[in-house]
Unconditional design. Structure first.
Length: 163
């Protein structure tokens, strides 16, 4: 008889344990995220015209480059400002200026000057992280008359990506 009681207790206890949590109550949890579109621009080489002979006043060319990286699907345009000297011109700091131009093509085609970002149609659509799109800025110092005095001339251009 003792065996029957023990067996009955073993069967009864799990039944009570199971019936104590027999109901379920549910609610839902929203899972959300927002991916913001962004772009980065990195100048990878400056435009260095080097040294040239002021007596010849010949055309001098130089290139500068920048990489653009944008989130996938984000449209963007790229442009340059006109520099720090009221137009694209370098200064020696003593009131003398050396004009230069920046083009979108290696042939320096008139009419293809690199625009400011507000009027730019150059750009594309981002392809996502790790996809760098290179841009080359084709610089030219045109023949100048009179040639500015000898010295070190410089300017700073700002490369802007609008997205």
């Amino acid at each position: 008889m003792y065996k029957k009681v023990a067996l009955l207790a073993a069967i009864t206890i799990p039944a009570f344990a199971t019936s104590a949590i027999a109901d379920d109550v549910e609610d839902t949890m929203a899972v959300t995220a927002q991916i913001t579109g962004t772009c980065n621009v990195t100048v990878t080489s400056d435009m260095a015209f080097g040294t040239f002979d002021s007596l010849t006043s010949t055309v001098v060319d130089a290139d500068g480059t920048a990489d653009v990286e944008c989130s996938a699907g984000i449209p963007y345009v790229i442009g340059l400002d006109t520099g720090q000297n009221i137009g694209r011109r370098m200064t020696d700091g003593a009131g003398n200026f050396l004009d230069y131009e920046v083009y979108t093509d290696a042939s320096h085609t008139p009419g293809n000057e690199f625009p400011q970002v507000g009027g730019s149609t150059f750009g594309g659509t981002g392809a996502g992280i790790g996809t760098l799109v290179p841009y080359t800025f084709y610089g030219r110092i045109p023949s100048q008359s009179p040639t500015p005095p000898a010295g070190n001339y410089s300017d700073t251009l700002t490369v802007t990506v609008r997205y």
